[in-house]
Design a protein around this ligand. Structure first.
Ligand code: FNR
Ligand code: 8K6
Length: 346
């Protein structure tokens, strides 16, 4: 497993001390102003041995919120709260990116007031907000061109705020059925304007967000997470493949810090992708790729050795083992994750 502990230069600005990333993990533990707390700073600082921490998904503006107490990055207090987190991570020798999030149609006005949520098209998700059964999801309002322009500007501003808060960069959350992903799938995007109807149009908003963030903070500090396989908050359509073929071709011409597979279990195969999400992304994208989803240190090391991806993100095992890196290095047994561990920040 030595390869997990080799450094990797993402670009001329950022070198990671090892190949392990902390996957973004929503914990719903920010305070009621969506400000990161001291307990969150301690939680992240305990994991600074990881090559790069990706923060839990962090909303770029109020109407991006779909779950209770998810942190934000748009008020001075939130920026200051994150500054405390990033300082502690840096003091312990770590690096941390902010994951920038807007949930689109998975948002709920319960959290931010008003009476609508924005998405590409008036196609809602079934069901209710997790753990809040009284909150049924709404049929979203299709975003107007002006609203799309505002969203792009707000992603860029959140990236600027992230650097002000001391983050080393940002990962744009383009995965898991949230706003950006909603533009990329036919089951959630039936627009007939320049943001829908064919791969180039469906990729227009995601690429505009990427380009605006790159313009704001530079390509070395910008990463993107994508879910080419629909599996969460979204239904699959075989035509989605062409959208991701086009998008990945466009991303190949840019020099982002990395692309990150967005999946819970990378053994899962998607018919229309011809294999797993990471196999598909590797086949269309030759630059730095982060794999994730059900890996052990052994299987992750093997995947890196065989060129399936370049960096390994670890999610649930890092909730169970703050000292994951030390344990793996020492060959010690890992504590098994259980959902009951989500109740507190350890
Ligand atoms: C997640 N995941 C996730 N993904 C993301 O892009 N942003 C997020 O905020 C979250 N939040 C989140 C919370 C919890 C409790 C879980 C379990 C998962 C997905 C996560 O980043 C990762 O892809 C999966 O957990 C799969 O990796 P592991 O856990 O098998 O190593
Ligand atoms: C109230 C907490 C909300 C946290 C949101 C992030 C996701 C939580 C994890 C839920 C797991 C869903 C896994 C779906 C995988 C489907 C595979 C077929």
């Amino acid at each position: 497993m030595e390869n997990l502990f080799q450094p990797l230069a993402l670009n001329s600005s950022i070198t990671l001390k090892n190949r392990i990333l902390m996957a973004p993990l929503t914990r719903c533990m920010a305070d009621d102003e969506l400000v990161p707390t001291q307990a969150m700073a301690d939680y992240y600082a305990r994991r600074a041995e990881i090559g790069l921490i990706i923060s839990e998904a962090t909303i770029i503006r109020p109407d991006g919120q779909g779950y209770p107490n998810t942190p934000g990055l748009y008020t001075p207090a939130q920026i200051a709260g994150w500054r405390n987190v990033t300082d502690k991570v840096h003091d312990n020798g770590g690096k941390i990116f902010a994951q920038l999030w807007h949930t689109g149609r998975v948002a709920h006005p319960h959290f931010f007031g008003g009476d609508f949520v924005l998405a590409p098209s008036a196609l809602g998700v079934e069901g209710t907000v997790p753990r809040m059964r009284e909150l049924t999801y709404l049929e979203p309002k299709p975003a107007s061109k002006e609203e799309i322009e505002e969203l792009i500007a707000d992603y860029a501003q959140a990236a600027i705020n992230a650097l002000e808060a001391g983050f080393d960069g940002v990962e744009i959350h383009g995965a898991n059925g949230y706003l950006i992903d909603q533009f990329l799938h036919y089951s959630s995007n039936v627009r007939e304007d320049e943001f829908g109807g064919n791969p180039e149009n469906m990729a227009r908003f995601p690429l505009a967000v990427v380009d605006a963030v790159v313009k704001a903070i530079g390509e070395d500090r910008t990463a993107l997470r994508l879910s080419p396989g629909a599996y969460f908050n979204i239904d699959a359509d075989a035509r989605d493949r062409e959208v991701f073929d086009y998008l990945l071709g466009e991303l190949e011409t840019r020099n982002l810090a990395f692309l990150h597979v967005g999946v819970f279990d990378d053994q899962m195969e998607f018919d229309y992708l011809g294999g797993t999400a990471s196999e598909y992304m590797r086949s269309r994208y030759s630059k730095t790729l982060v794999g994730v989803g059900g890996f052990t240190p052994e299987s992750g090391s093997q995947a890196i050795a065989s060129g399936k991806f370049d960096l390994l993100a670890i999610g649930r095992p890092l909730i169970a083992n703050p000292d994951y890196v030390a344990k793996v290095r020492a060959g010690e047994a890992l504590t098994e994750y259980s959902d009951t561990m989500l109740a507190e920040l350890v």
